[in-house]
Ligand binder design. Structure first.
Ligand SMILES: *[C@@H]1O[C@H](CO)[C@@H](O)[C@H](O)[C@H]1NC(C)=O
Ligand SMILES: *[C@@H]1O[C@H](CO)[C@@H](O)[C@H](O)[C@H]1NC(C)=O
Ligand SMILES: *[C@@H]1O[C@H](CO)[C@@H](O)[C@H](O)[C@H]1NC(C)=O
Ligand SMILES: *[C@@H]1O[C@H](CO)[C@@H](O)[C@H](O)[C@H]1NC(C)=O
Ligand SMILES: *[C@@H]1O[C@H](CO)[C@@H](O)[C@H](O)[C@H]1NC(C)=O
Ligand SMILES: *[C@@H]1O[C@H](CO)[C@@H](O)[C@H](O)[C@H]1NC(C)=O
Ligand SMILES: *[C@@H]1O[C@H](CO)[C@@H](O)[C@H](O)[C@H]1NC(C)=O
Length: 454
């Protein structure tokens, strides 16, 4: 308001003395480049060479206080500078106003530099995030952040070319945790270079963060004997891998209790035939920085046992319906898988191809299952039932067939009748002539007849 009035006054003053416009004078401001730390104050000296200056002052949105003045200068205090701005310093001289501007750059050196390793304990080969940020720093364009592993530069980022509005003073990289990174010191270094603004170089570093890498391969599951005979006592054990550190807790499925961390879990088992194909699994769990990690190893047990022919899979009495396709039902148990041979009246019976059941198949079959551990035999009584179920349909089929045959026979008889009559007459008529001619003629007529019929 005050300033506007000055300006208006100056414009009015300009009119009565147009000749004074030629007079040469300078307006200057000190400092000529201002770098102010965020929230701090700034002293500005606005001066002129005009010997007898008229109205003067500074134009700024900052809070200003005139602290001193001389005949050709005015000194102001600007407080709480929080933003970049441009200030105008003006003087009028013999009705002419001139001004000069001062750019104010606000800066905030990096103080707190925060480095995060996520996670700080990482499993070998897994990804790790290294993030560094500086909560308060300006101008961002003059900042650079460097991530260091030991003394080695991992990554450097500057913000010069980036759209400032969308930027935060932070840098994030992802690295794969290598075994040799264990216990490595990570740090972040921030540098604010204000040399181009007439300022200095400001540095700050984060605290050192130590990365811990742990190995966590799957646990080792061992079955004392992978192919035991039924009835053997075997020890199934589950232990942590030597590379695993710290020690995981191991849990063996089926084992009565869970041992203390690092101790082997085991289970003593007397193998039964039913255990063949049974799966054992061992689970290792590791709690790292409040996070539970789990790895599992599974293994299948193969119990070897002699062949068995059980009533359920190989019934001793089997009934077949006459005329239907049948096979002997007999599946032996045993490991290794037994081979099966069945004989019937001393002949090997084909077990793979279905047979059309005849009364003949009734009888006792002797089946023998064999594997490397032994063999077992069983008699199977096969009974072929003929007419109980199949009877009505069989009679029906017979009647239909009989009728069909009858119809066809009658039809054929009627069609062949003339031929037969001629054939019968001819031989009698020509009987006196030689036999050769007679038969030839008959054949000819017969052929004619056939041709006519077709
Ligand atoms: C302000 O600047 C003028 C011109 O350079 C100088 O004479 C005067 O002493 C300065 N005032 C202060 C307080 O430094
Ligand atoms: C600081 O940033 C400005 C752009 O805002 C740029 O012109 C200047 O060169 C930068 N100075 C340094 C030392 O990086
Ligand atoms: C990590 O830093 C500590 C303390 O600054 C130092 O004693 C240690 O040797 C460093 N470790 C490595 C691997 O550089
Ligand atoms: C099974 O093996 C574990 C580990 O080797 C052992 O500690 C345990 O005594 C064994 N159990 C038996 C019954 O042999
Ligand atoms: C054991 O595991 C195998 C493969 O993972 C699977 O095929 C089999 O069915 C399992 N056996 C049992 C008894 O669950
Ligand atoms: C088979 O049948 C006969 C007579 O019906 C019976 O005595 C025998 O016990 C049966 N056998 C089996 C294994 O069921
Ligand atoms: C019945 O068996 C005998 C010999 O055992 C055989 O010659 C005959 O062809 C068989 N009949 C049928 C219909 O399979």
């Amino acid at each position: 308001m005050e300033m506007l009035l000055f300006r208006v006054w100056a414009l009015l003053a300009l009119i009565p003395f147009p000749g004074a416009a030629e007079e040469i004078f300078e307006v200057s401001v000190w400092p000529d480049q201002a770098l102010v730390k965020l929230g701090q104050s700034l002293m500005v000296n606005c001066s002129t060479t005009c010997p007898d200056p008229g109205p003067s002052g500074i134009e700024t949105f900052l809070k200003k206080t005139q602290v001193d003045k001389g005949p050709q200068w005015k000194e102001f205090l600007l407080e709480d500078v929080t933003e970049n701005s441009v200030l105008q310093c003006f003087f009028s001289c013999a009705g002419i106003q001139k001004d000069t501007s001062l750019g104010i750059t606000v800066y905030q050196p990096p103080e707190q530099v925060i480095l995060e390793l996520q996670p700080s304990w990482v499993a070998m080969g897994e990804a790790l995030t290294v993030k560094c940020h500086v909560p308060r720093v300006v101008p961002l364009e003059n900042l650079s952040l460097t991530l260091l592993q030991g003394n080695q530069e991992l990554h450097r980022k500057n913000f010069m070319s980036l759209a400032v509005a969308s930027q935060r003073a932070e840098v994030t990289i992802h690295v794969k945790a290598q075994r040799e990174d264990d216990r490595c010191n990570f740090s972040c270094h921030a540098e604010l270079d204000l040399s181009s603004h007439g300022g200095g170089l400001f540095h700050s570093s984060s605290d050192i963060k130590v990365l811990r890498i742990f190995g966590f391969p799957p646990p080792i599951l061992e079955i004392e004997e992978l192919y035991p005979l039924a009835g053997r006592d075997i020890n199934v054990t589950c232990s942590g891998h030597v590379l695993t550190s710290p020690s995981p807790t191991l849990r063996l499925k089926g084992a009565p209790d869970t041992p203390a961390p690092g101790e082997t879990a085991w289970l003593l088992l007397t193998t039964r035939e039913e255990d063949n194909g049974r799966n054992f699994s061992c689970e290792a769990s590791l709690e790292v920085q409040g996070q539970r990690l789990i790895k599992t190893t599974a293994m299948q047990l193969h119990v070897l046992y002699k062949p068995r022919l059980e009533e359920s899979d190989c019934p001793g009495n089997q009934t077949w319906v006459k005329g239907t396709e049948q096979m002997l039902t007999c599946v032996p148990k045993g490991n290794p898988t037994p081979t099966l041979v069945c004989t019937w009246n001393g002949v090997i019976f084909n077990l793979d191809v279905p047979q059309k059941a005849t009364q003949n198949h009734t009888g006792t079959y002797c089946c023998t299952a064999t594997n490397q551990l032994g063999s077992v035999s069983k008699d199977i009584a096969v009974l072929v039932q003929g007419l109980d179920e199949g009877i009505s349909s069989t009679i029906f089929i017979i009647i239909i067939v009989a009728l069909g045959v009858g119809v066809v026979t009658i039809a054929l008889y009627l069609n062949y009748k003339p031929c037969k009559i001629e054939r019968r007459k001819l031989p009698y008529r020509q009987k006196e002539k030689n036999n050769e001619e007679e038969s030839q003629f008959a054949v000819q007529r017969g052929e004619k007849c056939n041709a006519h019929n077709c």
